[in-house]
Design a binder for this molecule. Structure first.
Ligand code: HEC
Length: 489
C-alpha cells in the first residue's frame, strides 16, 4: 500500500524472523517430501495468485488436488514417479515464454524449490493422509498453521493499525503482534493482553453488549472476523497483566464470523446495532444480521461492488445503505434492500482509504491517496456529487473519523498530523501535531471528549478532542526495549 522505510523494513524483518521460526520449511533429506507441508505452501506462494479457484489462468486451478490433477487446457501436468515426463516440471524449468511463474512476473523458482517438487513427483506425487482431494488447500494450510506465542518484550515497535475505546471509555484496545492490548486510559498502563490468531488487527468495533469484533489477518495469507469477550477469565497473569487466550479458549474467542484467504480491513456496525459489515482484500463486503445476538449471527449479503481491496465501510443512519472505500479509486454506496449499487464517487482518482456518513444521511465523507478529505452527496450522474474538497494534508490521508455530536471530522495519515475539519464549512479547525511517524489509526471515545491516534512507530497519543491538547502518550508495544527510532536490524 505504502512504500517507506525504515520502520516498515523493521516490521518486515520481524515478520520474516517469526515466519521462519514458526514454519521451518524444507523436507529433511531422509524423509519423504510431504505434499501439504512442503509442496502446497510453495504452490500457494508462487502459483495460487494466478491458478486460484476463480478464473484460473490456463484453466488450471491448483488450489485443490483434484483440479490440479485434472489439468487445465492440457491434461494432468503430473506423471506419478516421473518428473521428467511431468509438464509441471517442464514449465518450472523452461527458459522461454512457457516458464512458470511467467517471466514478466520476475525470477524463476529457486533451483532448490524446483528440486523439491521433482523429488515429490519422483516419490510418487503422494498426498498426506487426511488431506482430501477435494479439500481447499488454502483452508488445509490454515488449519496447520498456529500463531507464535506472545512476545514478552517487543524488540521493535509494533504499528498500531487499529484502536477502539471500551464501551465505558475507561480502556483503549490497540492492535499488537498477534495480540490485542488493553490500556487504562487514565494512566496509559497495560492491563490486559489477548493472544489472537491474526498477525494484526485492522479494525476493532465494540458491540453494545461489550464484546469486541476484530477484523484482521496475515496479509496475503489469511483473514478473519472474530468476536472476543475481554471480560472472560485470564489464562494467566504476567507482571501484573492479565493474559487471555483468544486463539483457542472459546470463552475468549466467542465467535469466528469469517475466515478469508486474505486480510480483512474494515468493519462497521449499523446505528441500530443489528447489522455488521466487513470488507477486505478479497474485494468483498459481507453483511451479517446480528439482531439475535452475535452467537446467532447470520450472513445475509456478500457484495461484490469493488474491483479492488475494500479499505473502509460505513452504514447510513437508515441501517440499509452502506458506503465503502476501495483501492479501486472509488467510494461507493450500496443499497442492501434493493441489492444494488446506487452511487459511485470517483473524484479521488487514487485509492480511497476512509469513508464516513453524516448522521442525517445527507452527506458522505471520504479520504484517500490524493491527500484530500472530500464531502459528497447522493445526487448527480453516477449518483454521487462532490460538495467540498478539504486539502491541506502533506501526504496520503489514511484514516477518517466523524464526531458524534459536533460537526467535526478528524483525518490523519502520512504527514504524521491529525486534522480537525468542520465537515459543513470545509475549513480546517486545527492541526494536531506531534506524531513522528505515519498515523495509521484514529478512534473517539464514547463521549466524544477524547481522540486516540496510533502510529506506525507504536506511539499512542490521547488528545482532548475539543481543544486539540495532548493528554497522554505511550508506546503500545509491550515491554519495548528500544525506543523509536529503533536500532537498525
Ligand atoms: C502471473 C500469473 C501466473 C503465475 C504466478 C503462474 N502461472 Fe501458470 N499459467 C499462467 C498462464 C497465463 C497460463 C496459460 C498459458 C498459456 O495457455 O499459454 C498458465 C499455465 C500453466 C500451466 C499449463 C496449464 C494447462 O493445462 O494449460 C501450468 C502447468 C502452470 N501454469 C503451472 C504453474 C505453476 C506450477 C506455477 C507456480 C510455480 C504457476 N503456473 C504460476 C499464469 C501464471
Amino acid at each position: 500500500m505504502l512504500s517507506r522505510l525504515p520502520s516498515q523494513l523493521l516490521a518486515l524483518v520481524l515478520t520474516l524472523c517469526l515466519a521462519f521460526h514458526a514454519n521451518a520449511q524444507g523436507a529433511a533429506p531422509n524423509q519423504p517430501v510431504s505434499f501439504i507441508h512442503d509442496i502446497a505452501p510453495l504452490f500457494k506462494e508462487n502459483c495460487f495468485g494466478c491458478h486460484g479457484a476463480k478464473n484460473p489462468k490456463g484453466k488450471l486451478d491448483m488450489t485443490k488436488i483434484e483440479t490440479l490433477r485434472k489439468g487445465g487446457t492440457k491434461e494432468d501436468p503430473i506423471v506419478d514417479g516421473k518428473p521428467d515426463e511431468s509438464h509441471l516440471i517442464d514449465v518450472l524449468k523452461a527458459t522461454d515464454a512457457s516458464r512458470m511463474p511467467p517471466r514478466e512476473t520476475g525470477a524463476p523458482l529457486a533451483a532448490a524449490k524446483i528440486a523439491l517438487v521433482e523429488r515429490w513427483i519422483a516419490e510418487g506425487a503422494k498426498v498426506d493422509q487426511g488431506v482430501d482431494a477435494k479439500a481447499d488447500l488454502m483452508k488445509e494450510l490454515r488449519k496447520r498453521w498456529s500463531p507464535p506465542s506472545l512476545l514478552n518484550q517487543y524488540a521493535f515497535p509494533v504499528s498500531v493499525t487499529a484502536l477502539a475505546f471500551t464501551v465505558d471509555g475507561k480502556q483503549l484496545v490497540t492492535s499488537g503482534h498477534h495480540e490485542l492490548c488493553v490500556w487504562e486510559v487514565e494512566t496509559g498502563k497495560l492491563v490486559k493482553r489477548v493472544a489472537i490468531r491474526s498477525r494484526r488487527a485492522m479494525a476493532l468495533v465494540f458491540l453494545p453488549d461489550g464484546k469486541l469484533v476484530m477484523a484482521g489477518g496475515r496479509p496475503g495469507e489469511e483473514g478473519d472476523v472474530s468476536v472476543y469477550d475481554l471480560s472472560a477469565p485470564a489464562a494467566k497473569q504476567e507482571n501484573g497483566v492479565a493474559v487471555l487466550n483468544g486463539v483457542s479458549d472459546p470463552k475468549v474467542l466467542v465467535k469466528r464470523l469469517l475466515e478469508a484467504d486474505d486480510e480483512v480491513e474494515c468493519l462497521s456496525l449499523s446505528p441500530d446495532g443489528k447489522k455488521l459489515a466487513a470488507g477486505g482484500c478479497d474485494r468483498l463486503i459481507q453483511v451479517w444480521d446480528i439482531s439475535g445476538g452475535i452467537a446467532q449471527a447470520k450472513l445475509t449479503d456478500t457484495i461484490e461492488n469493488h474491483a479492488d481491496w475494500v479499505f473502509a465501510v460505513a452504514f447510513f443512519p437508515d441501517n440499509n445503505r452502506l458506503a465503502s472505500a476501495s483501492r479501486d479509486k472509488t467510494a461507493k454506496v450500496w443499497d442492501l434492500k434493493a441489492k444494488e449499487s446506487i452511487a459511485t464517487f470517483p473524484e479521488h482518482q487514487n485509492p480511497v482509504f476512509g469513508v464516513a456518513v453524516k448522521a442525517d444521511g445527507s452527506a458522505c465523507y471520504s479520504v484517500g491517496d490524493d491527500k484530500q478529505v472530500r464531502s459528497w452527496n447522493l445526487t448527480g450522474d453516477q449518483g454521487a456529487k462532490q460538495v467540498l474538497a478539504m486539502g491541506g494534508a502533506g501526504g496520503s490521508v489514511l484514516k477518517l473519523v466523524q464526531h458524534g455530536k459536533e460537526p467535526w471530522l478528524f483525518s490523519a495519515g502520512a504527514d504524521m498530523k491529525i486534522r480537525q475539519h468542520d465537515r459543513d464549512k470545509g475549513n480546517q479547525i486545527r492541526e494536531l501535531a506531534g506524531h513522528k511517524d505515519y498515523v495509521l489509526s484514529l478512534a473517539l471515545n464514547p463521549t466524544g471528549e477524547v481522540l486516540a491516534s496510533g502510529g506506525w512507530d507504536g506511539e499512542i497519543r490521547l488528545w482532548n478532542a475539543k481543544d486539540g491538547k495532548l493528554i497522554r502518550l505511550f508506546n503500545a508495544s509491550p515491554g519495548l526495549k528500544v525506543s523509536a527510532p529503533a536500532a537498525k536490524p
